[in-house]
Ligand binder design. Structure first.
Ligand SMILES: *Cc1c(COP(=O)(O)O)cnc(C)c1O
Length: 412
């Protein structure tokens, strides 16, 4: 079996030269962006030092935020290990910017699962809804923004904040490209210039040459155990955007009156810097692994999204299995192909923040890190596996080989 899969790899890899070249070019571009930010901000050994307690005068923390600010071409940045996750950073931003009676509008349909209780789509006594914040959503239409509905809604309502989730999350839709987002932002700003546009940028960083602030977004949020942590940051998240908005987020994360001035980095400055330094290359490896997976699974007769030759806007590769056994077996195979916890087998189970049972293969150095080779999916039709990562292409290739082997062996 092993040899058979290696043989198929040999046939398939030459077909991937073009998409790989494209990804390598983007990686080079983004590496230059990172290096320029390091030079401009004079990152030096002193910035590896850290603070404890209140975290006053944390030079490393401040330089990291300036590096992120420059990479995103934003006015300000908040990059903190006090963020538990990407969802936490989104939560902080929403609670920071919305007030009672304000309207929050999602124009990419129902947001990511963990935000349901945050918004109050699912009852929770600590939700935005419990504070009197109203919520509405407009689903995508044929994988595109429903511009007509958005315009109509904005003409009839005063919307404080619009959330745009670029990556698909656990939905069946496609992820959204920057040019699609750019066009819709232009339209929104024409009708409602004061509405804050917030981008959930999870999984999309460094996949393209531009980032959301450059195309008109006001604020943009992501996790450091995904793309920008480079597999090295052990936790944390970032928010970048307009200065006055970032100030508010900082005062929500810490406390009014202290904002960005406090927050000890607790020894993580070096890892955050090393993480962002590696991120362009790690994203490249994740994308190459995704493309290979797409081509392999298609060759074996499985449905994939995106296809290996399609433009990528995030690092997520879907395999649409249409049956629960294949989904579970593929995830088990990815787990057994990981470097960590390879002897464990994942099983579907309830997870806090998610409605359906979820299976998660995550044999990772960092718990829950999905820029490392990982594969997960909710147990509901059409039984889609959402695969992310691999810190290196070679480990990705080997992991996927193991997953295919496991999947096919279970069928025999
Ligand atoms: C991963 C992800 C998040 C945040 O997830 P955390 O696990 O909380 O970091 C939010 N939105 C999308 C689309 C995601 O993929």
């Amino acid at each position: 079996m092993n040899e058979k899969i290696k043989e198929i790899y040999k046939q398939i890899e030459p077909k991937l030269t073009k998409p790989f070249q494209n990804i390598e070019e983007i990686c080079e571009y983004n590496s230059e962006k990172v290096l320029n930010a390091f030079w401009k901000n004079k990152v030096s050994e002193i910035h590896f030092n850290s603070t404890t307690g209140y975290g006053y005068g944390d030079l490393g923390r401040d330089v990291i935020e300036n590096v992120f600010k420059d990479i995103f071409k934003s006015e300000s940045a908040l990059v903190r290990n006090q963020f538990i996750s990407g969802s936490h950073a989104i939560t902080v931003a929403l609670f920071a910017l919305l007030r009672p009676n304000d309207i929050l509008l999602s124009i990419t349909g129902t947001p990511y699962d963990t935000l349901h209780e945050v918004i109050g789509i699912k009852e929770n006594e600590s939700s935005l809804k419990s504070f009197g914040i109203q919520y509405a959503e407009i689903p995508l239409k044929d994988n595109k923004f429903d511009v007509e509905k958005i315009i109509e809604f904005l003409q009839n309502n005063k919307v404080k904040l619009i959330e745009i989730q670029r990556s698909k999350g656990y939905s069946t839709r496609k992820s959204l490209s920057l040019s699609q987002v750019e066009q819709v932002i232009k339209k929104i700003k024409e009708i409602s210039p004061k509405t804050i546009i917030m981008i959930d940028n999870c999984y999309c960083e460094f996949v393209s040459k531009k980032e959301p602030i450059e195309i008109g977004a006001d604020i943009c949020v992501g996790s450091l155990i995904k793309n920008l942590g480079g597999g090295i940051a052990p936790n944390g998240a970032y928010i970048v955007g307009k200065k006055e908005l970032i100030e508010k987020c900082a005062e929500r994360l810490t406390l009014p009156g202290e904002g960005k001035e406090v927050g000890p980095s607790l020894g993580m400055n070096r890892e955050f810097l090393k993480g962002i330094y590696f991120a362009p290359s790690v994203v490249k490896n994740a994308l190459k692994t995704a493309i290979l997976t797409s081509a392999m699974m298609e060759y074996l007769g499985y449905e994939t999204e995106p296809k290996y030759y399609e433009e990528r806007v995030d690092v997520v590769q879907n395999i649409i299995f249409n049956n629960v056994e294949d989904l579970v077996n593929y995830c088990k195979g990815i787990q057994s192909g990981s470097a960590i916890d390879s002897e464990s087998l994942p099983i579907p189970s309830d997870m806090p923040g998610y409605d359906d049972q979820i299976i998660m293969a995550a044999g990772a150095f960092t718990q829950g890190s999905s820029i490392e080779l990982s594969c997960d999916g909710p147990i509901r039709p059409p039984f889609i596996a959402y695969q992310q990562g691999s810190l290196t292409y070679e480990y990705g290739k080997l992991g996927v080989q193991k997953a295919i082997e496991y999947l096919l062996n279970q069928k025999n």
